[in-house]
Design a binder for this molecule. Structure first.
Ligand SMILES: O=C(O)C(=O)C[C@]1(C(=O)O)C=C[C@@H](O)C=C1
Length: 295
């Protein structure tokens, strides 16, 4: 049966392009206008997998994704896609000759943040308005030809919504990549990408330190991984939303969940009073060519 894949839409967002690169044409694409709507849909069984952004190399984590997964809708990460990101500045075709006179810029907050230097140098003082995605920003600009507005989005969004790219590659740093998570209520991704081959294996854990704030607790957590030679590729703290100073940690380990080392580290941490939750053990894929200019 054709798989239904939900993503942060509308069409031609970077998330949509990650879906097309990973799943190809043999799936049904279902677009959602927010990350929580997309996550709810897979939790409720309306779609088979949800694909949402989790982290950008220039801007850091997409907090909404982790917060919603941790606090509202527990699901597993069953796969990861890393994609290069190129941001372009686009306007309605009727404004292509006086695009420097635009008075407002729309985009996803991450995309705006990735292009701060460009915006500061070229459009100092004008408002930057956030949209739910780069695709939504491009669609807004195409639907409001009477407004002097521009969008920051990818090349496919310019094609999809009939906009003119007037400045290419406006992201501030050359290395601009975003990580996307494939989410599902059960632990395994029963799907093989027709286009991509896995690059590495990863396990993501959520760790909460003991309530009685012991000195050196984080050091003890890290040493449970170190002496087992478990390589951590990410450690990040997020507020538990239960009080100031209460944080949990999200840790990425560079290997699949095994029978010995990761369960051993988990048992050691639990003996120290930590709580340890598996967020997923999965294969990580990487898209080599720039997405956003057709896949
Ligand atoms: O707005 C989009 O196109 C998205 O897919 C979201 C998103 C993000 O959340 O970071 C994804 C990739 C880019 O970094 C910019 C925006």
């Amino acid at each position: 049966m054709t798989k239904r894949i939900g993503f942060l839409g509308p069409r031609a967002t970077f998330t949509h392009l990650a879906v097309q690169s990973f799943f190809g044409n043999e799936v049904e694409e279902v677009s959602y206008s927010t990350i929580p709507q997309c996550i709810d849909a897979v939790a409720e069984g309306k779609i088979d997998f949800a694909v949402v952004p989790t982290e950008n190399a220039l801007e850091g984590s997409v907090n909404l994704t982790f917060d919603y997964l941790i606090h509202e809708q527990p699901l597993y990460i069953v796969g990861e896609i890393v994609a290069p990101i190129e941001q372009h500045f686009m306007v309605h075709p009727s404004r292509k000759n006086d695009w420097e006179k635009i008075t407002r810029v729309y985009s996803h907050p991450h995309a705006i943040a990735q292009c701060h230097k460009f915006l500061h140098q070229n459009f100092k003082g004008i408002p930057y308005d956030t949209a739910t995605s780069t695709g939504a920003a491009a669609r807004h600009v195409s639907q409001h030809p009477d407004e002097a507005v521009a969008a920051i989005a990818n090349e496919l969004a310019a094609k999809e919504y009939g906009l003119e790219i007037v400045k290419e590659n406006i992201h501030d740093y050359h290395y601009n990549h975003t990580r996307f998570a494939i989410l599902h209520p059960s632990r395994k991704l029963e799907y093989t990408s027709p286009h991509l081959t896995p690059e590495k294996e990863k396990t993501t854990l959520m760790i909460t330190l003991p309530a009685d704030d012991q000195s050196g607790a984080l050091h003890q957590v890290l040493s449970a991984f170190t002496w087992r030679k478990l390589n951590l590729s990410k450690i990040e703290s997020r507020p538990m939303k239960t009080g100031l100073g209460n944080y949990f940690f999200i840790i990425d380990i560079d290997m699949q969940l095994d029978d010995v080392l990761i369960p051993g580290a988990k048992a050691e941490l639990e003996a120290l009073g930590c709580s340890v939750k598996l967020l997923g053990s999965y294969e990580a894929y990487s898209i080599k060519k720039n997405i956003g200019n057709g896949v």
